[in-house]
Design a protein around this ligand. Structure first.
Ligand code: ZN
Length: 369
């Protein structure tokens, strides 16, 4: 069981952005590897805190986490977990500002040079209700920038490979050292030395790649999944960006989704309603035959348990609700008309609703109670 992100940072679920940042700064300083050399437990806490901050500091990710928990970022190759040290230190610019680069950074971490991350790519994936219900692996062609073979880099002369230029200033507090990102290399510490002629200025080539995306069952329209490292490559020793996959649900011909439940409108003839029948119903996992008792009323709802959509959180599976509609013919022959006129005079065919033939609203109330 993964620990709760709020608990890791020691904050409440209603913590403000400022409180989250403050809590993370505290944890990051407490567990920083420079302060705890060789302490595996501190390093684990350091990483956990960074992961919690990565999610909770992003309003989109936070609301998904609040709604779906850790499951929001799971399923196949999706991110969430597994931040590496480079990811973590690349966050620090925002958190600690210039103070950080002065404070730490001797031990190979942080330092001046910033790890450059490639830009993210965004795609949409359209899924059928069946694919959503069962989970699916999609192979999708993505155009991403990849580092061209033969591109070489040399140390940036402006910053001597530090990625930063430092300035000493005299202030009332004494001499202060401030650091700014090197404009010649964009903080990379390296610049392109040679590259193939078809590569762009950063030594990249736009290439088409087939990416396999595992989509867990139960995803919701509008949800965004992350495939780590399948965005654009970064120059030099940077890390590739991510591929962000927006889920789009295709409308279904006969089934309507409502959360994890599905609704199906079944039309039966007057005679089937009177005599009873059995009908084949299409579900997201194949066809099933259902029995309709003699004397079925229009508006009756049959509940097929677990024939809906599995919950993305793993809390079971929704139901399929079959709504019975008795279909009334709009035109009749002379003989048919005679038949129904005879019926209309028969006392037996006058409506006599019983307790179980509740009104529509009472039934809806029952369904959700
Ligand atoms: Zn530079």
């Amino acid at each position: 069981m993964k620990e709760d992100y709020y608990e890791i940072l020691g904050i409440s679920k209603s913590a403000s952005a400022a409180e989250i940042k403050k809590a993370y700064r505290k944890k990051a300083l407490q567990y920083h590897p420079d302060k705890n050399p060789g302490d595996a437990e501190a390093e684990a806490m350091f990483k956990k805190s960074a992961e919690a901050y990565e999610v909770l500091s992003d309003p989109n990710k936070r609301s998904r986490y609040d709604q779906y928990g850790h499951r929001a970022f799971e399923g196949g190759g999706f991110g969430g977990g597994g931040m590496n040290m480079d990811d973590i230190f690349s966050q620090f610019g925002d958190i600690f500002g210039g103070a950080f680069s002065g404070g730490f950074g001797g031990g190979g971490f942080g330092g001046g040079r910033r790890t450059v991350k490639g830009s993210n790519l965004r795609i949409r994936v359209q899924l059928t209700l069946e694919e959503i219900a069962n989970g699916v692996e999609k192979k999708i062609k993505v155009k991403r920038k990849k580092l061209a073979k033969g591109t070489t880099y040399k140390t940036c002369a402006t910053c001597n490979g530090q990625g930063q230029v430092t300035r000493i200033q005299n202030t009332i507090l004494g001499r202060m050292q401030t650091a700014a990102t090197c404009s010649a290399c964009g903080g990379l510490g390296q610049i392109v030395e040679s590259k193939p002629s078809n590569a762009d200025v950063e030594g990249m080539l736009l290439t088409e790649e087939t990416v396999s995306i595992k989509i867990p069952a139960g995803v919701v329209d509008g949800m965004q999944l992350k495939v780590s490292g399948k965005g654009n490559d970064a120059p030099g020793n940077g890390i590739a960006g991510d591929l962000l996959v927006a889920i789009e649900e295709k409308p279904h011909d006969t089934l309507q989704r409502e959360g994890d439940n599905l609704h199906y409108d079944l039309y039966i003839s007057i005679s089937d309603a009177v005599l009873g029948t059995s009908k084949e119903i299409e579900t997201v996992t194949g066809k099933v035959r259902i029995k309709i008792d003699a004397g079925a009323q229009s508006g009756k709802i049959l509940r097929l348990r677990n024939k809906g959509i599995p919950s993305i959180n793993g809390y079971g599976t929704g139901d399929l609700l079959v709504h019975i509609n008795v279909w009334t013919p709009k035109s009749l022959s002379r003989e048919q008309k005679d038949f129904f006129e005879k019926m209309s005079q028969d006392e037996h065919f006058q409506p006599k609703p019983e307790k179980e033939d509740k009104s529509f609203f009472e039934k809806v109330k029952d369904m959700f109670s």
